[in-house]
Design a protein around this ligand. Structure first.
Ligand code: K7E
Ligand code: CUA
Length: 654
């Protein structure tokens, strides 16, 4: 009997635990369980924070599917290391192979997810990226000039007309002499908001215009939608314009601002020729799927709108104590601003804001921009929600969910009555939270994910650095229920989830070999060759299960730069080949079916250098290898290449 009990306990681990609050909170693992061979309901596109990448998880399982390199080099697949992808990381500062990635915006049509692209920001060296959701690869990166810390980015309008990029740090503008005393902040430092247009067909990004703003710090943003379509809302802090010890000096005033931007008006001013051309320098990098190669173009001007020339374009709404998130509810009527140090959460009404503007219910100006009276814009406050409100998401059923960093909890509240309905703890110190479709006009709801900043005791410890932690909640009922903890890579900030059905059937499986327009492609083994151009040696190589062609190469000399242009001849899904050679001081490359990628390698010494396929592609994967011979500079070994035959042997002293 005891044995049977013990066995039952092993089998039903949960039910034998004492019924403490903890076990009650974690008792519904079946809701996050995705059986082997079954699919998740959602793709979750998650920012990577300080790893500069974007990762893809399944929800509700929390399983990690892919890490997409965006702003950082990836040794896993050679992104940023291969000759073809290096230009993606080019900037006006040169090659920048790392960044800090905070926010994700999925493309929208009519306020709903359309499953075409994911946009991502680089916070440190200001950039915007577009990821193609049919390949889960970075397709385009656009640098943002006049910016220093691209934090309030990317946020998207309801038809993907624009993604925005507002600077965290105000700084002297790019075309001015920035060699000014830091304590001249108030005179010389300016803010900047970029409106980046998205081509509705290709997705191509372009800086349509910038708006010059007072020297505040922009934090976060959301576009209006529905009735508030045509407006954008940005939270800003440091309205004190402090340039030292911001933790004290930027928290002096009782209120900072939410900046309301009428971008339809801005478009009119742009059309009317109100924008001034400014010389700047920024990189625009595009990956071409036909040539399998990225190009980087330096651009040199932007159009800038100055609010002084553009009345009725900008308004400020006072917002208590260092606002962080500013989020717009699915109807577009309510704008929720979370003051990190505030005791309540103000909810503004779009209708009231419009009325206040019409009535001129202003409380003076800030740098020439009208400040709307707080009460005139206010729908109401969520009173005593918790401590340290950061971000709010919506379920489409009239509820807001706000993350509380300091009190480590999520608070659910009713948008119309502003009553707190429920609260759940998070482990620990939550940053962003995400509901599938939460920022759209039609949230998919059902789940909510917390992205926590501190892990403490939740997982097996791994030295000084602990894994980052996400938590999954069921929000289908009245009460929020914790379902699952899952570790994440990097330090996620925001994430967006989209139903699996919107993406899974349109995944690209292969690149057609006949469409490969790479200048060094070998579309068959008969096209492989090795050619010398000065001290550069180009190898046209193919990979197919289970050999590389050519696999014997001689005649390379010390100091030569060898370019291995490897074409994967496979035309089946899920058969990549890899390529690596001893001594390579960059990475390997991973080549998808039909694709060509290039690894540059410098012959630094005499000897035999094996190369091989790094992706376990067949039973004879381990045989998929070859040799490269390096001879002294003055040797007479001819350039030879072969597969399957032995060329006449020559020793370099003969
Ligand atoms: Cu709150 Cu950079 Cu979106 Cu992180 S930000 S948490
Ligand atoms: Cu190709 Cu292993």
């Amino acid at each position: 009997m005891v044995l049977i009990m013990a066995f039952a306990c092993l089998f039903y681990m949960q039910s034998c635990k004492p019924k403490t609050a903890e076990s009650a909170a974690t008792g519904d693992a079946s809701k996050s369980y995705v059986a082997p061979g079954k699919y998740d309901e959602f793709y979750n596109i998650v920012s990577g924070g300080f790893n500069g990448q974007v990762s893809v998880y399944g929800i509700p399982s929390g399983r990690l599917f892919r890490i997409i390199p965006v702003f950082s080099q990836s040794p896993e697949n050679g992104y940023g290391f291969s000759e073809e992808t290096k230009p993606m990381l080019n900037t006006s500062h040169g090659f920048v192979p790392w960044d800090d990635q905070h926010h994700i915006a999925l493309s929208e049509t009519k306020g709903e997810h359309d499953g075409r692209w994911a946009f991502a920001n680089a916070n440190n060296t200001p950039r915007l990226a577009r990821i193609d959701l049919t390949t889960f690869r970075t397709a385009e990166i656009l640098e943002i000039p006049n910016s220093a810390g691209n934090h309030a980015s990317p946020f998207i309008t309801e038809n993907s007309e624009y993604v925005v990029a507002a600077t965290r740090f105000s700084v002297p503008l790019d075309d001015q002499n920035g060699d000014v005393p830091i304590n001249s902040y108030k005179e010389n430092f300016k803010g900047s908001i970029s409106f980046v247009s998205v081509d509705p067909n290709s997705g191509a990004m372009n800086i349509a215009f910038q708006i010059r703003t007072p020297g505040v710090n922009f934090d976060l943003s959301r576009a209006g939608k529905g009735k508030s379509h045509g407006w954008f809302f940005f939270s800003c802090y440091n309205s004190e314009k402090a340039n030292t010890l911001l933790e004290v000096n930027a928290s002096q005033k009782d209120k900072d601002f939410v900046m309301a931007v009428n971008w339809k008006k801005a478009e009119e001013y742009l059309k009317a020729g109100k924008a001034k051309k400014q010389s700047v320098k920024y990189a625009h990098n595009v990956y071409d799927e036909k040539t399998h190669t990225a190009s980087s173009t330096m651009r040199n001007e932007v159009f800038v709108l100055d609010p002084a020339d553009c009345p009725d374009m900008l308004y400020l709404i006072p917002c208590p104590k260092s606002p962080h998130g500013t989020d717009v509810d699915p109807t577009g009527e309510y704008i929720v601003a979370s003051g990190k140090l505030a005791a309540s959460i103000p909810v503004f009404s779009y209708t009231k804001i419009q009325k206040a503007i019409a009535d001129k219910a202003f409380d003076g100006e800030y740098d020439g921009i009208p400040v709307i009276k707080y009460e005139a814009a206010l729908h109401g406050e969520v009173v005593k929600p918790g401590l340290g409100p950061l971000h709010t998401e919506f379920d489409g059923k009239g509820n807001g969910y706000t993350s509380m960093f300091v009190s480590s909890e999520i608070v659910k509240w009713d948008i119309s009555t502003l009553q707190v309905l429920d609260r759940v703890p998070t482990y620990y110190s939550i940053g962003h939270l995400s509901i599938p479709g939460g920022p759209t006009a039609k949230p998919h709801g059902k789940y909510m994910i917390a992205y926590n900043k501190i892990t403490k005791d939740r997982y097996l410890p791994t030295g000084p650095e602990l894994t980052q932690s996400a938590q999954l909640y069921d929000i289908s009922g009245e009460k929020m229920k914790l379902l699952l903890d899952f570790p994440t890579t990097g330090e996620p900030h925001y994430a967006e989830a989209i139903p699996a059905s919107m993406l899974m059937d349109k995944q690209k499986k292969i690149y057609k070999i006949e469409e490969n327009a790479h200048p060094y492609a070998s579309k068959g083994e008969g096209m492989t060759k090795v050619e010398r151009k000065g001290n550069q040696v180009h190898v046209w190589m193919t990979a197919i299960r289970s050999h590389l062609t050519p696999d014997n190469i001689e005649g390379v000399k010390v100091g030569d730069e060898v370019y291995f242009h490897v074409t994967n001849l496979e035309q089946d899904w899920d058969v990549p080949h890899g390529f690596a050679i001893k001594g390579a001081n960059n990475a390997e490359i991973l080549i998808m079916p039909g694709e060509t990628q290039t690894l540059k390698w410098v012959a630094d010494r005499v000897g035999i250098f094996p190369f091989y396929c790094t992706d376990f592609c067949s039973a004879l994967h381990q045989e998929m290898s070859g040799y490269l011979r390096v001879s002294p500079v003055n040797s007479n070994v001819a350039l030879l290449f072969s597969t399957g035959t032995n060329k006449p042997a020559v020793s370099s002293t003969e």
